[in-house]
Structures are given as C-alpha cells and as structure tokens.
Design a protein around this ligand. Structure first.
Ligand code: FAD
Length: 469
C-alpha cells in the first residue's frame, strides 16, 4: 500500500507544532502532526504553562482567603487546603484544553498521527506507535517542533517525587515542609510561589548573584525584595553540588559559587529548575544530516529552514527564548512561508512574563542591554502605589518602567512589576510593534481607574513630570 503523503508534516504537537499545523491546513496544505504524548498541546498544555497557571491561580485564592481578605472586611474562618481537589481541577483544565486542540485538528482537517516520529531522509518519516507498530509517511516539507525538556543537574537524580523537575512539582501529593528550589528563574519562582502559598518553607538557591537574570535588573531587585517579604528565602551566589537521601529528607551540599566551604541544606522536596534544553532524542537528525548549533539546538537560517532542503524547525528546539508564544508565532509564520506567503516574526517585541504575585513582565531592551550597546536612552517610571485602581484593590507593590530612545523618543523597552503586569505589558508590545514613541503612549486615552494608567504615567515621565506624583 502506498504510504500516506502530506504537503507538510509537523513532528511535535506543542504550541509550535499545533499552531503551525492548524494554520497550514487553513492555508490549504495537506497537513499532518505527529505527537508521541497521549494528548496534544506539548509541554505548554500538559506540563508547563497551563497547569502551572492553574496552580498559581488556585494557590493565590487560597492565600487570599487565608491571609488577605480580612483587610477588605471579608471575614472567613476555617480556611483549609484540599490539595486533591486543587490538583484534580488543574488536571481537568489541562484535559479540557488538550481535547480542544484535538477538536481544532478535526475541524481544520489536520491529520493527528499518534507516535514517535523519526526522520528517515528523502522526505520520509517513520512513526512508531505506543504499541510498537510502525508506519512510514511522506511529506514535501517536514517541520521539527519537538520542543525541550528540563536540564538535569549532575549529582541529583530526578525521581519526580523528592527530587523533581517542574513536572513533579506540578503534581506533589502533599505540601512539603521545606522545598528547595535550585535556580531562581521563571519556572522556579512560579512553582516556588505555589508551594509557599500552600504552606511550604521555600528556599531558592541561585548560582548568580541575582534572580531572573534576563530581566531588568532594577525591577528584578525590587521583585526579590517583594518575594522575600512574602516569605521566600534566597541564597544567591551559591551552587548545589550533591544530594543525599537521609530518611524522608534530602541533604543537599551547597557551596559558594566562587568557591569556599560547603554546607548542608536539608529539604523534603528539591525542585531542579536550572533551565531547559532542546529535545531531539531519537529523531534521527544525524541520519537525515540536520545540523545542530553549539547548544544542541536545530540550526536554522533565520526563516526556520535547516541545512537540509524540505526540513524546517520551530519553537524551543531552535534558538531564541523558550516561550510558548514564540513557538506559536514561528509555527504561524512558517505555515505562511510554506503556503507561498511572507511569514515573519518580530523577535524585538516578544514579551517575557513571570506569573507570580505581583507579576513581572518585560519587552524589548533592558537598561543593562542599552548601556552595553551604548544607546542613549531616557527612563520614565511610575509606582503602583500612586495608581488609584491598584490602591483600591490593595495591590500596590511594583513599578512601571519605560525606556525610550533619547533622541527619537521611540519606545525601546518596558518593564512592569505589578498587578496584572503580564496583561499590561501587551499595551507596550503593541506600541512597539507600531514603533510608537513614549509620547504616543502618553497621549493615548487610558480608561480611569485602571492599572494601565500607571503605564501612561510612566510614558509621561519619560519626557516630563508625572501627573499623579
Ligand atoms: P513543546 O511544547 O515542548 O512540544 C513538543 C512536543 O513534541 C511534545 O509534546 C513532545 O512530546 C513532542 N515530541 C518530541 N519528540 C517527538 C518525536 N520524535 N515524535 C513525536 N513527538 C515528539 N511558556 C510561556 O510562554 N508561558 C508560560 O507561562 C510558560 N510556563 C511554563 C511552565 C513550565 C513549568 C514549563 C516547563 C514551561 C513553560 N513555558 C511557558 C514554556 C513553554 O511550555 C514552551 O516554550 C513551549 O511549550 C514550547 O513549545 P514547542 O511547540 O516548541 O515544544
């Protein structure tokens, strides 16, 4: 029997693969998507963005009910945690959304091929099902969208019970007494926040002398102070070099990053969140002749083409920020390119968001980057303490900071620490996409009273005085 043949075949059904596949099918290409996981949606829907946000929302409600509603005159007593229900709710959110992708595949006529894909060369892909059954399909264009997995830390064997990656940390059966988070990046701080709110003592051990190192340094410092005030403990400039099981506990050997005497830190759960690495295991890249870069990522030409004709790559498996919206934009743009249109991704306006409370978001350049590049810039800042809506809601921690070119006033970056920062940043993403000046943002209507008025005030502050301070 002749093998099934596609115009485009995506390997990996995460945000890069499923968005790319849906768009390609909508543009009239015969499209397939191979996924080895039971459910579509990739890391993001199954063990990443969505379950973490479900637990962040639930744990925030728990903390609010337990500690903060009293200030609003809302008296609650007997607040207690039903972790099983919280986890079951998270699982249902995930299932509903992954089923939604299945529905969208059917609606848009994307063929969902269940199994592990392997490149055979010559436009052929072998798919091995969970039962070991193999089939070979052909495709004019093959897209590697296999994503990433957690970077391991030598000396720490992951069991997803006591020494966990984010996957285990999303499914703990009880609240740890002491959770040590190794790595002060986005994932560690989000999941650390979840378990701290639910009652764990949380200690973050970070190799560098600051947390969230890719984000704005000044706001990053404020962020750390706020998280410390909330009860998170930070040990910066330190590294974990070994772990030893001691009864129910794990004893970690912790040393100063620059060298010095080691000490022991005991925990009952250790979350290893030191980063993610591209995932290309068993894909047959070598046989197909697909080149990798120095970091093990699939090398592309900037328009998603690899060195092998007809093979492309998108998402976490290629260079750039490992973010779901980055993978999605790339999937969308590549589908357009494969359909003969002009797909394009503007990486300058890709936002980063930490979904803690308060949230921390950034887009464009940080002050550190502008200084290093010798760019003359102006800064406008506005604290949420002076924002009416934030005051009314009792969420006044944080600041908006806008960076604009000293001569042209064009917005070069924005950094927001505060309530709903992940949503607020979108205003600046749009402004930057249209190459707006700070004055454009300042002269734009902002509804009152909204948190967005803090963005307007920061934009006013770039050139003049703020109105509300
Ligand atoms: P993935 O989502 O990794 O999907 C790749 C898929 O390919 C997987 O399902 C895998 O099973 C499949 N696959 C791999 N090899 C094969 C093969 N040979 N054959 C068939 N299938 C294969 N990003 C955000 O933007 N916002 C967030 O809030 C956020 N939160 C996160 C929280 C956590 C805890 C984690 C771990 C990540 C988070 N991310 C977040 C990152 C985000 O999940 C990734 O950037 C995104 O999923 C990358 O999409 P992708 O399509 O490139 O790959």
């Amino acid at each position: 029997m002749a093998e099934e043949s596609f115009d485009v075949l995506f390997i990996g059904g995460g945000p890069g693969g499923y968005i790319g596949a849906i768009k390609a099918a909508q543009l009239g290409l015969k499209t397939g998507c191979v996924e080895k996981r039971d459910a579509l949606g990739g890391v993001c829907l199954n063990i990443g963005c969505i379950p973490s946000k479900a637990l962040l929302s639930s744990s925030e409600k728990f903390e609010e009910a337990a500690h903060h509603l009293g200030a609003h005159g809302v008296k609650v007593s007997g607040v207690s945690l039903d972790l099983k229900t919280m986890m079951a709710r998270k699982d249902k959110v995930v299932t509903d959304l992954t089923k939604g992708i299945e529905f969208l595949f059917k609606k848009n006529k994307v063929t969902h091929l269940k199994g592990t894909g392997k490149l055979l060369g010559g436009g052929k892909v072998e798919i091995t099902g969970a039962d070991g059954a193999k089939q070979v399909v052909a495709a004019k264009n093959i897209v590697i969208a296999t994503g990433s997995d957690s970077t391991p830390l030598p000396g720490l064997a992951i069991d997803e019970k006591k020494i966990v990656t984010s996957t285990g940390a999303l499914a703990l059966e009880k609240v740890p007494e002491h959770m040590v988070v190794i790595g002060g990046g986005v994932i560690g701080l989000e999941l650390g926040s979840v378990w701290r709110r639910l009652g764990a003592k949380v200690t973050v051990i970070e190799f560098l002398d600051r947390i969230v190192p890719a984000m704005d340094g000044e706001l990053g410092g404020m962020f750390q102070k706020i998280l410390t005030k909330q009860g998170m403990e930070f040990r910066l400039g330190q590294k974990v070099t070994a772990a030893k099981s001691k009864g129910a506990k794990i004893d970690l050997t912790v040393e100063p990053a620059k060298g010095g005497a080691a000490e022991t830190v005991s925990a009952d759960v250790v979350l290893v969140s030191i980063g993610r690495r591209p995932y290309t295991e068993g894909l047959g890249l070598e046989k197909a002749g697909v080149a990798l870069d120095e970091k093990g990522r699939v090398k592309t030409d900037g328009h998603f083409a690899t060195n092998v004709q007809g093979i492309y790559a998108i998402g976490d498996v290629i260079a750039g920020p490992m973010l779901a919206h980055k993978a999605e934009e790339e999937g969308f743009a590549l589908a357009e390119i494969l359909a003969g249109q002009k797909g394009h991704v503007n990486y300058e306006t890709c936002p980063s968001i930490v979904y803690t409370a308060p949230e921390f978001a950034g887009v464009g350049k940080t002050e550190e980057e502008l200084k290093a590049a010798g760019v003359q810039y102006k800064v406008g800042k506005f604290p949420f303490m002076a924002n009416g809506r934030a005051k009314a809601a009792g969420e006044t921690d944080g600041t908006v900071k806008i960076l604009a070119d000293a001569k042209s006033d064009r917005v070069l970056g924005a950094h927001i620490l505060g309530p709903g920062a992940g949503t607020l940043i979108q205003e600046i993403v749009t402004a930057m996409e249209f190459q707006a000046s700070a004055e454009d943002v300042a002269r734009t209507f902002h509804g009152h009273p909204t948190h967005n008025e803090a963005v307007k005030e920061a934009a006013i502050a770039v050139t003049g005085k703020t109105l509300s301070m």
